[in-house]
Ligand binder design. Sequence first.
Ligand code: RIB
Ligand code: CA
Length: 313
Amino acid sequence: MPVPRKIIIDTDPGQDDAVAILLALGSSELDILGITAVAGNVPLKLTENNARKICELAGRPDIKVYSGAIRPLIRELVTAEEVHGKTGLNGPDLPELTMKLQEQHAVDYLVETLMREEAGTITLCPLGPLTNVALALIREPRIAPRIKEIVLMGGGFFEGGNVTPAAEFNIYVDPHAADVVFRSGVPIVMMPLDVTHKALTTTKRIDAFRKLGTKVGLATAQMLEFFERYDEGKYGTDGGPLHDPCVIAYLLKPELFQGRHCNVTVETSSELTMGMTVIDWWGVTKRPKNAMVMRDIDHDGFFALLVERLGRL
Ligand code: RIB
Ligand code: CA
C-alpha cells in the first residue's frame, strides 16, 4: 500500500463540499492533515460549523478543523443561501456539534504546516473561494515551491458562469485571491464548470446513496436532493452538477478525467466579466500554461467511486 497522500481541504460547506469531504474520509489513500474553513456559500460562522458536522457524521471527530478568512481580500462577501439553504447544509437533520474548532487561524496553519512538512508532499484541495490560500501565499511566499499541487474546483469557460454570465461562484466571490493563486507558479489542476456540469446527481444516482442504508448514505441523499433543486430549475436537467467531489475523485482516480494544460487568467478589473477565468484552450496566446484544465469526466465511474467510498463510512 503506497504512503497515503497528504492533503489539506479548504472549504465552504455547502452540500457538494460535504460530499467531497466524505469521499476523502472514506478513502485510505488520502491522509487529511486538516480542513480549513473559508467564507463562501454561507458566512464563515456556518462553514466552520458545517465542516465539523460532516466530520462527526463520518465518525471522525479527530479531524482538525481551522477557521479562516471571514471575507474576500478586497470585495464584499457574496453568499449562496438560495442554493445551499440558510444553514449551508440544508437537507438532512444533523446532530448538534460536539467537535471543537482548532485555536490556530487557518492561514497560520497553512503556512506553518507547509513550512514544517517535507517540501513537495502536501496537496491543497480548495473547494470554495481562494481567500485562505491566497492569504497564505502572500503571508509566506516561500510556501509556493513547497506545495506539491493545488487541485481546485472553480472557474468555467465553454460553459460560461453560474453566478454571472461570465464567472463561476468560487472565483467570482474572490477574484483577487484567485489571481494570486493562478499566478503563484504552484502546479494547478482545475475542475471548472465545463467538467462539473457533466456530473449530474440524477434520481437513480441519489437513490444509490440512499440504498447504502447508512446514516452517511441517507444524509448524502437528503443533501443532494436539497442541493440539486436550484440547478434543476435553472438548467431543466434531471439532477444538478456535483462540483466539489471532482477534486477528491481526481486524487483517487485521475483517469476519470480528461483535460489539457493551458493558461488561465482571472479577470479582476471589469465589473461585466469580474471573476471570469479566461482559459486559453487553443493556445492562441504566449501566456504561460499554469493549469491542467479538466473538461471531460467518466461520470458513471465518478458516481460509482462516490457510492463505493461513502459506503465505507
Ligand atoms: O460554483 C460551484 C462552487 O461554488 C462549489 O464549490 C460550490 O460549493 C460553491 O462553493
Ligand atoms: Ca464549495
